[in-house]
Design a protein around this ligand. Structure first.
Ligand SMILES: [Zn+2]
Length: 401
C-alpha cells in the first residue's frame, strides 16, 4: 500500500513485529485461541517522513466496542484540565463557542472545558458503551464516526471554534476525510488541538509498545506538518508533555487564519525534530531487539527461581510487548486491572487472565505494562512495595523498583 499521508510508494521497513492480534481484543473464555492475527509492520515514507503501519484492521473491528476509558487515571484528568484551561485563555473561548472533541472517549476532556465555563460542547465517539458513559457524564455526545460526511450533516460551515483530537489522530483510517471535515467546520479564528504521542519520544524511550493496530501513524512535527499542508492548515504553537510517555500538543489553524502566528516553543520543537530521521528509526529497531532478548531472559530466570510474576495493568499496548517478546501465561500468571470492562477476560495471544487488583493476592514481581503511568502507579503502591513486591519497568532500560 502507498503512504497514508502523501500517497507515495517509497515506503521502507523500520520494524516488523510479525502477525499480532488486535490488541484491544480482550477475550472471553470461549474466545481464547480464536483471535484473528494481522500484520504489524512499521514503515517510513521517504517522501513525507511519516512513520506508519502498512496494514489496516477495519475500523468496525477496532472501534465499534472498545473499552478504554480515559477518565480512569488521575494524571490524564489533570492533564486534560490544564489543556482546557490554557486554550480557553489563549483563544478567548466564550461560553457559547462550539467546542468539539473528535473521538472524545468518555467525555473527560470536554468535562474540563465545561469546568472552565464552556457550555456548548459536543463529543463524537463511535464506541457505543464509551459514548453512553460520556452522556452519563453530562456531555452531549454523538455515537458516530467523525468524517467529512458526518461533519457536513452535523455542523455548519465555519461553526466550530475549537476541535480537540487527543490520542485519536493516529487512529484514523479515514484520515483525509477527517481533516476535510475539520477544514470545513473550523471557524476562521478557530483552532484544532491535536494531542499525539510523539515519535521522537518513542525513539528516545524505546516505547515500541505504542505500536499497535489502532495507531496507524506515528508523527514527528515534520510529518504532521507535511500532512496538514495538503489542506492549508498549519501548526503555529506546540509543546511537549510527559502524558502517555511523551506527547506533543499541537495547535493548528488555517494557513491564512489570524491565529497563525508562530510561537518560540513551536520553533524550538521543530528544530529538535530534525534528529528523528530514518537513521534514528532504524537504530531504535535494533535496540528493541536487544531489550526483547534481555526481558525474556530476566522473566525466565525469575520464573525458574520459583517467583510469581503478574502483569500490572492490561493496557492495549501491553499486548504488543507481550506478544512480540513471546511472553505468555507460562511466564506471567495474571494481569491485574481496575477497569471493570476488562476483568474476567484474557489477553489476546498470550492468554494471560485479567483479574481485579486486590491487596490479598500479590506476586513477587509485577511487570509494569502501563509504564506511561509509572510514577503514579509506584506511588500508589508504596505500601505493597514496602512489603517486598517489586515492579519491573521494561523501558527505556529494564529496571526493577
Ligand atoms: Zn508519505
Amino acid at each position: 500500500m502507498n503512504c497514508r499521508s502523501c500517497n507515495s510508494d517509497k515506503l521502507v521497513s523500520v520494524l516488523d513485529l510479525g502477525e499480532q492480534p488486535w490488541c484491544n481484543d480482550f477475550l472471553s473464555e470461549d474466545d481464547v485461541g480464536n483471535e484473528n492475527l494481522y500484520p504489524l509492520h512499521l514503515k517510513y515514507c521517504k517522501d513525507c517522513e511519516l512513520l506508519q503501519l502498512n496494514y489496516t484492521v477495519p475500523k468496525e473491528v477496532m472501534f465499534g466496542d472498545h473499552c478504554y476509558l480515559s477518565g480512569v487515571t488521575k494524571t490524564l484528568r489533570q492533564h486534560f484540565y490544564e489543556v482546557a484551561e490554557e486554550n480557553c485563555a489563549q483563544f478567548s473561548i466564550s461560553k457559547n463557542d462550539l467546542v468539539v472533541d473528535i473521538g472524545g472517549n468518555d467525555g473527560t476532556q470536554l468535562q474540563q472545558y465545561q469546568r472552565c465555563g464552556v457550555q456548548n460542547v459536543v463529543n463524537v465517539e463511535c464506541a457505543k458503551r464509551v459514548s453512553e458513559i460520556s452522556k452519563q457524564n453530562g456531555v452531549p455526545t454523538h455515537t458516530d464516526y467523525f468524517n467529512k460526511h458526518f461533519v457536513e450533516n452535523t455542523f455548519g460551515e465555519k461553526s466550530v471554534k475549537l476541535f480537540n483530537a487527543s490520542g485519536v489522530f493516529f487512529h484514523l483510517e479515514e484520515l483525509h476525510s477527517v481533516i476535510e471535515g475539520i477544514k470545513f467546520a473550523l471557524r476562521d479564528d478557530g483552532v484544532l488541538i491535536v494531542q499525539f504521542m510523539y515519535a521522537g519520544t518513542m525513539i528516545e524511550k524505546l516505547n515500541f509498545d505504542t505500536i499497535y493496530h489502532e495507531h496507524l501513524c506515528y508523527y514527528t512535527m515534520r510529518s504532521l506538518t507535511n500532512l496538514l499542508k495538503q489542506y492549508d492548515l498549519e501548526i503555529f504553537d506546540a509543546y511537549y508533555s510527559e502524558i502517555h510517555s511523551g506527547s506533543i500538543i499541537a495547535k493548528i489553524t488555517h494557513s491564512d487564519g489570524i491565529n497563525n502566528v508562530k510561537t518560540d516553543r513551536f520553533y524550538e520543537l521543530l528544530f529538535n525534530d530534525e534528529k528523528y530521521n530514518l537513521e534514528s528509526f532504524l537504530d531504535f529497531s535494533k535496540k528493541i531487539e536487544r531489550t526483547r532478548f534481555m526481558l525474556k531472559e530476566l522473566l525466565t530466570m525469575l520464573k525458574s527461581d520459583g517467583k510469581k510474576i503478574y502483569a500490572y495493568g492490561a493496557p492495549a499496548k501491553g499486548n504488543t510487548l507481550l506478544n512480540y517478546f513471546q511472553i505468555d501465561n507460562t511466564l506471567v500468571d495474571k494481569a491485574v486491572e481496575i477497569n471493570e470492562l476488562k476483568i474476567g477476560n484474557y489477553l489476546p495471544q498470550s492468554h494471560i487472565p485479567i483479574t481485579k487488583e486486590v491487596d490479598t493476592d500479590l506476586p513477587d514481581y509485577y511487570l509494569l505494562l502501563s509504564h506511561n503511568f509509572e510514577e503514579e502507579i509506584l506511588k500508589r503502591n508504596q505500601d505493597i512495595r514496602d512489603k517486598g513486591v517489586k515492579f519491573i519497568i521494561p523501558f527505556p532500560e529494564i529496571v526493577i523498583k
